[in-house]
Design a protein around this ligand. Structure first.
Ligand SMILES: *[C@@H]1O[C@H](CO)[C@@H](O)[C@H](O)[C@H]1NC(C)=O
Length: 288
């Protein structure tokens, strides 16, 4: 057989068997310290080649994503391997005891980016959610503007300092105590009104609270409570995505301002850029 034909046959069967990724996600860490992204595939969706890894400051890693993938990605902070050999993180830990999460999700509070690729109409659906609280600023955007809105979304403001006292998760580091994450009101108080549970489990009966509005004002495009769909879900098609941890609010605005994505809400609420805040990964390197 012609060796070229053989090569062609090999290549075409490998793409038929679904080895070729449908998309890629580029994860970039602009935080001042290492973060450990966690990746969780939804039920009935293909597994990713990694479920967790370390990402040093300024570094990126591109991950092939299978067609029709759905799942969520987050960033773990302040992680270390203890004397017992177990790897744990102070925020957004997945409880696996290892760097790879292996099918476990983030312990709240955690900023999450959620995807359903190739959904209705062939569109990808994505959002950045603060429904399970917040631990890191995050930006997600399609690399190409194609079909759908293709808007950039995320929460670009550091809310760990500005977080209301009742919701704040604090840690001690380098002799100082400061916020490392911000709980959702549902998690902090367990009240069905905040959790959109029980008699509050419909869009009509569950309303935003002062707490969900704290998140929504700072990060107008992010999900702030369970029924915040209308202003928080974005769509695009046939594109790769970039996810940035700790994006710089100003430069992100500059880059994204040229995209004309048609989203009705600003990506950053300028008034919230002056809230008292401290970078989550700045002062708190070692807490154990
Ligand atoms: C920006 O934040 C202020 C309060 O901090 C709020 O009143 C206003 O509605 C916010 N704007 C948006 C677009 O969310």
């Amino acid at each position: 057989m012609d060796p070229h034909l053989l090569l062609f046959l090999l290549l075409s069967t490998s793409s038929l068997s679904g080895i070729e990724p449908a998309a890629t996600f580029k994860l970039t860490n602009l935080c001042r310290q290492t973060i450990w992204p966690g990746l969780l595939s939804g039920a009935n969706t293909a597994q990713l080649p990694t479920t967790g890894f370390a990402l040093r400051p300024g570094k990126s890693r591109t991950i092939p994503i299978p067609a029709g993938w759905s799942g969520r990605i987050w960033g773990r902070t302040l992680c270390a391997t203890g004397a017992d050999g177990k790897f744990t993180c102070l925020t957004a830990d997945c409880g696996s005891g290892k760097v790879e999460c292996g099918g476990s999700g983030a312990k709240p509070p955690a900023t999450l980016v959620e995807f359903t690729l190739n959904g209705a109409d062939g569109l990808d659906f994505y959002d950045v959610s603060l429904v399970d609280g917040y631990n890191l600023p995050m930006l997600a955007f399609p690399q190409k503007v194609t079909r759908g809105g293709c808007g950039a979304t995320g929460c670009l403001i550091d809310l760990n300092g500005a977080c209301p006292k009742e919701l704040k998760v604090v840690a001690r580091g380098k002799g100082r105590v400061g916020g490392v994450a911000c709980m959702s009101a549902c998690e902090a108080f367990g009240d069905p009104r905040f959790c959109c549970a029980g008699e509050y489990s419909t869009p009509e009966t569950c309303s935003p609270s002062v707490y969900s509005l704290f998140f929504k004002y700072a990060c107008p495009r992010s999900y702030s409570y369970a029924y915040d769909d209308k202003t928080s879900t974005y769509t695009c098609a046939n594109t790769d995505y970039t996810i940035v941890f700790c994006p710089r609010p100003y430069t992100s605005q500059e880059v994204l301002g040229r995209r004309k994505d048609g989203a009705s809400l600003p990506l950053v609420n300028k008034t919230s850029m002056y809230w008292p805040s401290r970078h989550p990964n700045g002062a708190f390197s070692s807490v154990r």
